[in-house]
Design a protein around this ligand. Sequence first.
Ligand code: GDP
Ligand code: MG
Length: 165
Amino acid sequence: KSGFVSIVGRPNVGKSTLLNRILGEKIVAVSDKPQTTRTVIRGIVSDEASQIVFVDTPGIHAAKSRMNRAMVDAAYGAISGIDLLLLVVDATAPRDDAFVREVATKAGAPVFLVLNKVDLVEPKERLLALIASVSRLHPFAEVVPISAQTGGNVERLVEVIRGRL
Ligand code: GDP
Ligand code: MG
């Protein structure tokens, strides 16, 4: 089993933190400033049975400068020719339904909606309500709540990804 998995989403939602967590080492620049990740970066997770190539991307945002436009193009480029898309959203940020629908619709592969930063979401009922409402936006293959920072549910996410490849 092997496959390409892209990680996309708005700037600052935690894409690079997630990839670092998955890879178990700090190879991708993480910061609290948007656009820390300026290029597409790959990381490979292998075990006896599978090899998953992860593609981290610059955040997708309204591009004003030419350089920003190139970054957004790189992120959208990572949506094509892949086996699975991880669309990461920040569970603590305002909802951005039009964006989620647009990216999910453009993807030519199954989409996992990854709700990140759930360590900051209290109480649990709020998280359950959020999961229920984002699930209605698109026929996602999975909706997975995680905390890239604490590692919560990240191993399970990788297991579910493996199961899909
Ligand atoms: P990217 O722009 O999507 O790659 O986002 P980064 O991975 O650079 O993270 C942006 C900011 O969010 C950093 O300050 C991270 O430490 C923080 N962050 C990422 N994941 C989590 C999480 O699960 N919980 C919390 N509380 N903060 C997070
Ligand atoms: Mg990044």
